[in-house]
Structure formats: structure tokens, C-alpha cells
Design a protein around this ligand. Structure first.
Ligand code: HEM
Ligand SMILES: *[C@@H]1O[C@H](CO)[C@@H](O)[C@H](O)[C@H]1NC(C)=O
Ligand SMILES: *[C@@H]1O[C@H](CO)[C@@H](O)[C@H](O)[C@H]1NC(C)=O
Length: 269
């Protein structure tokens, strides 16, 4: 795991090794708990934690990619495993309930498209997309703070950058300059792209949201007050984010004999 060339190949390699390890560990039990592997694999958490920690220190993007995967898996009902990611980037920690199994049906591209919110949504669309999964608007705003790390490809956000009015002019110019090659990736948080902090919300106050959906959270609508609150209170953001991540990790999980443990995490057995 020492040398990484590109995000996608290293992420695949990382998932492969982690999947193999957990398969060999051969754990089985009835329900999710923070102590799921307590007797069968007592070291599992420290192993995952150190594997994630070294992967993230090799490449900051790794943490962002893993976090996004967790989000997609929980929304799409095809789970891999929860990870300790955020902590290695300076973010809050929380207790992850282990024992999640994989969906017995293939997670298809259309599953992802139908379940993952589009960056073209307006604030009411974002609120209802999360409310369909049982999240409040406040939790949606907290979870969106994940975009304090990671990157997006130019084609995802150029329509906003080029055409919308609620954008800082110097941010617009510098982002366009980074997107002369439209296959490039740009940090979601222009202020502190690799640290897990509340700069994401301060960016929104300054009209420096990269995605349309990001800036929608502070655009004269019902979530403005919460964005303002998190922008000036890092502690409440960290607490609310951690609690919302626990909730997301518990979304309709497959446990016990439901679902399966995939031999290849990319497809059902
Ligand atoms: C509010 C609704 C959300 C929308 C519309 C959204 C959309 C997106 C989009 C379009 C990208 C860039 C993808 C690309 O261009 O390749 C992205 C990246 C990312 N998203 Fe979200 N997202 C949302 C919420 C979340 C949540 C709740 C999480 C995690 C809890 C999350 C974590 C991430 C991370 C970490 C990245 C960076 C991935 C990387 O650098 O590889 N997002 N998101
Ligand atoms: C998730 O998967 C389980 C078991 O495969 C299934 O019973 C359930 O209906 C699925 N939920 C959704 C939202 O697709
Ligand atoms: C938000 O988007 C939905 C769906 O595209 C649309 O019906 C609605 O009018 C929009 N709301 C606002 C306030 O623009």
C-alpha cells in the first residue's frame, strides 16, 4: 500500500485489500453494534484505522473518495464498510456500528443516479432528497460540510461558474483558469482543501460555493441561517456532522443473514 499512482487505482487497490482482510476474518453476527467484531476480530478497528490512516497520509484525496463512497453506499443500499476517515483529516470522530453486509442485488448505475442527489438540485430539492432518507434540513446542511475536503470535475460545476450570478468574481476567474482543461478536478473547498473544518460554510457566505448545490444552501432560502451558524461555530458543526454520520451509517442496513458479504465488492456474488 506504499506507493499510489492515481486516486482511482489506489482506491480500488485499497478496497481490495481491506475487503480481502475482512473476508479472511470471517466474522458473522446478528446485528449492528459498535462491538460487532469484539470477540471474533478484536483488532479489526485498529487495523482499519491504521490502513485508512496510512492511505490518507499517502494521498489526501483517498479520504475524500472513501467518504463519498460511504455516502453513496448508504443512500443506494449497496454497502461496503464504514471507515475511520474524517479523523485523519482533523475532523470529529464517532463510534461506527459494524456488521453491515452487502446488498444481494447489484448496485447499478441507475440505482446511483436515482438515489444520489444531483448537484443541479435547488435547496428544496436537496431538502426533499434527504428527507426521503429520514434526514432533517439541518442534518443535510451538516452532511454537506463533507465538501470541506475532496474535489469535483470541471464538467460538474462549470455551468454554475460560467452562468450564475451569485458567485465571487475572483473565485470565478481562478476556477475558470483551473478548468481550461475541462477534464481537470478542482477542490470543493477553495480555502482549506485538505483540512476538515468549517471553511466550506464561510465560502458559501462569500459566494465561493463550487457546486450549484453547495451555493444553494446559502442563497436566500430556508437553510441560510444554519450555514451562517456553522460558519461561525466549528464545534457545533463537528458535533452535528458526527451525529448525522452515525445516522447515515445506520440507514436500512443489511445484517445477520440478510444480504451477503461480497467476495468482490464491486458486484453481488
Ligand atoms: C447535498 C447533496 C450532495 C450533492 C448534490 C453532492 C454532489 C457531489 C458532487 C457532484 C461531487 C463531485 C463529483 C465529481 O465531480 O467527480 C461530490 C464530491 C464529494 N462528495 Fe458530495 N454531494 C452531496 C452530499 C455529500 C455528502 C452527504 C457526503 C458525505 C457524507 C459527500 C461527500 C463528498 C466527498 C467527500 C466528495 C469528494 C470526493 C473526491 O474527492 O473523490 N457529499 N459531491
Ligand atoms: C435494500 O436491500 C434489501 C435487501 O436486499 C431490500 O429488502 C430493501 O428493500 C432494499 N432497500 C431499498 C431502498 O432498495
Ligand atoms: C426547485 O426545483 C424544482 C424541480 O426542478 C422546481 O419545481 C421548483 O420550482 C424549484 N424551486 C425554486 C424555488 O426554484
Amino acid at each position: 500500500m506504499a506507493s499510489f499512482k492515481s486516486s482511482s487505482s489506489s482506491l480500488t487497490a485499497f478496497k481490495f485489500h481491506l475487503g480481502l482482510f475482512l473476508l479472511l476474518a470471517g466474522c458473522a453476527s446478528a446485528q449492528l453494534s459498535t462491538n460487532f467484531y469484539g470477540t471474533s476480530c478484536p483488532n479489526v478497528l485498529s487495523v482499519i484505522k491504521s490502513a485508512v490512516g496510512s492511505a490518507v497520509s499517502n494521498e489526501a484525496r483517498m479520504g475524500a473518495s472513501l467518504l463519498r463512497l460511504h455516502f453513496h453506499d448508504c443512500f443506494v443500499n449497496a454497502s461496503y464498510l464504514p471507515f475511520f476517515i474524517i479523523t485523519s483529516l482533523g475532523g470529529p470522530s464517532w463510534q461506527v456500528r459494524l456488521g453491515r453486509r452487502d446488498s444481494a442485488t447489484a448496485g447499478s448505475v441507475s440505482d446511483v443516479n436515482n438515489n444520489v442527489p444531483s448537484p443541479a438540485l435547488n435547496v428544496s430539492g436537496l431538502i426533499s432528497s434527504f428527507s426521503n432518507k429520514g434526514f432533517t434540513a439541518k442534518e443535510m446542511v451538516a452532511l454537506s460540510g463533507s465538501h470541506t475536503i475532496g474535489q469535483a470535475r470541471c464538467t460538474t460545476f462549470l455551468p454554475r461558474i460560467n452562468n450564475e450570478n451569485n458567485i465571487d468574481s475572483s473565485f470565478k476567474a481562478s476556477t475558470q483558469a483551473q478548468c481550461q482543461d475541462t477534464t481537470s478536478f478542482v477542490p470543493l473547498d477553495v480555502t482549506s482543501p485538505t483540512s476538515f473544518d468549517n471553511a466550506y460554510y464561510r465560502n458559501l457566505l462569500n459566494q465561493k460555493g463550487l457546486l450549484h448545490s453547495d451555493q444553494q444552501l446559502f442563497s436566500g432560502g430556508s437553510t441560510d441561517a444554519q450555514v451562517r451558524a456553522y460558519s461561525s461555530n466549528q464545534a457545533s458543526f463537528r458535533t452535528d456532522f458526527a451525529n448525522a454520520m452515525i445516522k447515515m451509517g445506520n440507514l436500512s442496513p443489511l445484517t445477520g443473514t440478510n444480504g451477503q458479504i461480497r467476495t468482490n465488492c464491486r458486484k453481488a456474488n
